[in-house]
Design a protein. Sequence first.
Length: 172
Amino acid sequence: MQIFLIGFMGSGKSTIGKVLADKLGYAFLDLDLEIEEYENRSIEQIFKEEGEAYFRKIESKVLKSLKKHESRVVSLGGGTPCYSDNMFTISKLGTAVYIQTSQAKLIQNLSKNLDKRPLLKGLNPIRLKTKIASMLRARSSYYNKANYKVRNNAEPEVIGERIRVKLDLESA
Ligand code: S3P
């Protein structure tokens, strides 16, 4: 099975994805890293030099270039499911799991490293909260199209195990 982890920035998709891949003995792939490799520059640079519309075009292209895979976990960017026909592509290629994270936990996680996040960079705590709330409102309907949903209210190890059990997959 190819498993796509979706959810807001700062929900720990990559960390949980690695834990899950390890448990299952699956390969792991991070779409943001694939985009950086394809573009030969960082996500931050792509946003700064080309703007968001360009980033979304490349994001969709790199996603579409993925092959079906029997045993891989893929962590996607927070916006990936919400643009173009990406959710359709995801559903063709595998199974989507939404890592549902509370707003409070997102704020806590994101506040640590805002500078690396082009869409949130430079926001003061009040504006950050408002921005996250409005983005979550806009994005939830996409995230909720996932085949499965897990509440992100424990350590990555526990969440990885919950996903494994939910998907009825054997440990490696
Ligand atoms: C984005 C999330 C980021 C990255 C880009 C845009 C978004 O990925 O793809 O900065 O629109 O939510 P992470 O969710 O891995 O931080």
